[in-house]
Design a protein around this ligand. Structure first.
Ligand code: ADQ
Length: 476
């Protein structure tokens, strides 16, 4: 059900929600497959919404034609913000991904704070603000997304924008102690305070933000604290700071996983496993996802519990991501080496402990792995939410999967009661959880999975969208 939003929606994100491809028939532009796009599309169509972002394609693509076709087919408009290679390098790979991303995931050791990166971030945010100012008309619902665009609101205010501005952060917000390390902390926190509504994934993120804002900007005062939001006052402005845990389209995964194609692919996968249990990991290549730590915990499980040898395999699927950034290239090499070493140590001609795949999976193949894996091992060092955990449960239609989940994923707040929670830095503890999951009786698995599934069914991405949009004006 779409939220009751009468206003026109302007969504702003770093990337436009599209996949641009070229084949023998020419160029094509399709909507991306994420939950955010699925949830927003109906309301974007209904209210003639506009999505503003970087198209992310080279100059050779016939962008204008593709954008026109997209609008005709999808019923809402895309507005591109073109970026030069230098801007991408400094604003995106630099400040966004080498300063904010690691800092907000509590990994200070990966941070590079460089003045030209910060300057480019500021300038590109201003460029996005200019693109919004050109499109926006009074009474639009302007909704900026994520860590690449935190200063857009402040630039819009400088340009005279008076209307309400909303922002949602998809990644965690760090503690005040960590945030204070940033050389441009005051500018950034004041930038965020330019929005009227700030959304975070978890209560912890919301608290971190409120503490940081009141610490760094002493004139900011807490007016009231309610279950779902805190009201701040800064001068004559009131800022609503809430937490809205993002989710997935449950029905899409549940029904997709029940389809014949997925059933066949799942059957085929298991047929080749000859009675072994499959432990699944699915992640973008990223050092926040804790993949090396996971490999080591799996190795420890084989050491500690030799009865697992030959009876369990870790299937780790990694989607290539940011491979031009050196830290990511190093991570790829580290994973290759670790998987090779562990397989050489324990492997037998008819069994490999780690099956490691480095590519993006097609939907049917992804769902088949979700549906058929007896255990999901999702152990980020820190994660805003982690949608894979929710997708796994929604696709576990036989109620026989066990979710092992990092306590540092935002999803742990919601799913922690019926998952096996682990600290990914604790190799032994994670190894024990793998054994516990392996030996869990079918009835216990069923009970936990039924609870997880009904929770995600109730709190799906459509509810998330409704809550965010309705909370803009209401008291919730
Ligand atoms: P991400 O860090 O990208 O998102 P996540 O929430 O797990 O992390 O989403 C990953 C998505 O990629 C999932 O929808 C998954 O299906 C897909 N995916 C992963 N591996 C794949 C593979 N091999 N093949 C195909 N698809 C694959 C950021 C934050 C998260 C937050 C989301 C949404 O870092 O914490 O949950 O935004 O707010």
């Amino acid at each position: 059900m779409s939220p009751s939003l009468s206003k026109r929606l302007l969504i702003i994100s770093n990337r436009l929600p599209t996949v641009i491809a070229q084949n023998e028939d020419g160029w094509s532009m399709k909507p991306g497959s994420g939950g955010l796009v699925t949830a927003l599309a109906p309301i974007m169509r209904k209210n003639h919404g506009v999505w503003i972002g970087w198209p992310g394609c080279g100059d050779d693509a016939p962008l204008d034609k593709l954008l026109r076709e997209f609008k005709d087919q999808q019923g809402y408009q895309l507005v591109p913000v073109p970026l030069s290679e230098e801007e991408v390098e400094l604003y995106y790979r630099g400040f966004s991904n080498a300063a904010i991303w690691p800092m907000f995931h509590d990994l200070l050791g990966f941070c590079r704070f460089e003045l030209p990166h910060w300057q480019a971030y500021n300038a590109v945010n201003q460029k996005f603000a200019a693109a919004i100012a050109e499109q926006a008309v009074p009474d639009d619902f302007v909704w900026v997304h994520d860590y690449q665009l935190m200063l857009v609101g402040a630039h819009l205010r400088d340009m005279g924008q008076q209307d309400r501005l909303a922002f949602f952060l998809h990644i965690p917000f760090p503690s005040p102690d960590l945030f204070r390390r940033l050389p441009w902390k005051i500018e950034l926190i004041k930038g965020l305070l330019a929005y009227d509504q700030l959304g975070f994934q978890t209560l912890r993120d919301r608290r971190n933000f409120v503490q940081t804002a009141t610490l760094l900007v002493p004139e900011v005062e807490v007016v009231s604290r309610k279950r779902h939001h805190t009201l701040l006052q800064w001068g004559d402005r009131i800022i609503k700071v809430g937490h809205y845990p993002i989710s997935i389209d449950f029905t899409e995964f549940d029904q997709g996983a029940r389809s014949h194609e997925v059933e066949d692919a799942a059957w085929y996968l298991h047929e080749n496993l000859r009675g072994r249990q499959l432990v699944l990991g699915v992640d973008r290549l990223d050092y926040t996802k804790g993949i090396p730590e996971r490999f080591l915990a799996f190795e420890r499980a084989l050491e500690k519990y030799p009865e697992l040898i030959g009876r369990i395999s870790l299937l780790q699927v990694v989607v290539p991501s940011r491979t031009l950034v050196p830290d990511y290239a190093n991570l790829k090499e580290q994973l290759d080496q670790l998987a090779g070493r562990i397989n050489a140590r324990f492997g037998k001609p008819e069994w490999l402990p780690i099956l490691y795949v480095f590519r993006c999976l097609e939907r049917v193949q992804l769902l088949a792995r979700y549906r058929t894996s007896e255990i999901a091992l999702i152990t980020p060092l820190r994660d805003g939410m982690n949608l894979v955990a929710k997708e796994y449960c929604a696709s576990s239609v036989e109620n026989n999967g066990v979710l092992i989940l990092s306590e540092f994923a935002g999803a742990a707040d919601q799913l922690g009661k019926h998952a096996l929670l682990v600290n990914p830095y604790d190799t032994d503890g994670t190894a024990d959880a793998i054994y516990q999951a392996f030996t869990m009786e079918p009835e216990e698995r069923r009970q936990h999975m039924m609870h997880l599934r009904s929770d995600i069914r109730r709190n799906d991405v459509h509810r998330w969208l409704r809550r965010f949009v309705e909370s803009a004006d209401g008291d919730n």
